[in-house]
Design a protein around this ligand. Sequence first.
Ligand SMILES: Nc1nc2c(c(=O)[nH]1)N[C@H]1C(S)=C(S)[C@@H](COP(=O)(O)O)O[C@H]1N2
Ligand SMILES: [Mo]
Length: 228
Amino acid sequence: MSRNEVGNTHPREGRPGSPADPPAESPTASAAVSRRTLLLSVGLGVGAVTLTTAGQTVPWLAPLDLFAPRSRTVGPQGLPVNRTSRQAGVTASAVDPGWRLELRHGTTTRTLTRDALLALPQSRSDLPIACVEGWSVGVAWDGVVLRRLLAEVDAPPSSRLRLTSLERSGAYRVTELPAEYAADPLTLVALGIDGEPLHLEHGYPARLVAPGRPGVLQTKWLRSIEVI
Ligand SMILES: Nc1nc2c(c(=O)[nH]1)N[C@H]1C(S)=C(S)[C@@H](COP(=O)(O)O)O[C@H]1N2
Ligand SMILES: [Mo]
């Protein structure tokens, strides 16, 4: 079930490998070596192979991944996974029933459960995830329009924002969103894909999707959104 694949497009991103690229996104080479080592020396089963496969979650394809570790067709909900929840260290925090999305504007704070977010008016945006590693896939996202959430804390639609994920560290933990993206009615706090709840690997319980942003800035596993 492949999505509208739009090929090797890199909107607003440099060529892969150019100096402007963000830091390497996964330990591709070393992971491949460790997978091969496991396969050859230990002969573990499919489950173990899956555990050591960087960002890819279809167990029966794992052995092929040794030769195509960045296959664009692999991933739940028809979308590749750049960094898994396990690599990001959010497997527990992302499914914690105590999860809340925090919205902050000055001294005004609101916290919303996933159910509270789902109770707000829902919207759909067809937007690609365009990864600097060389794939771009169009997705029908469901969620709450970001500017609608800003209204919850009396912030103007054109607010510059800081988005923080559940990750404790790493290059993608915090991103800044310029005001024009926050104001765009297509920009969502996404809760689902194509009528299904967002998969954990794609950022459950909630992620950002905004038009015209490189994949690297489409923050998964959101914890808070602050006006800065
Ligand atoms: N919190 C967080 N968000 C993230 C990432 C990440 O590692 N951590 N990876 C980014 C990158 S590089 C890409 S291409 C997209 C991939 O989204 P997907 O895994 O749902 O396809 O998520 C982005 N958002
Ligand atoms: Mo990416």
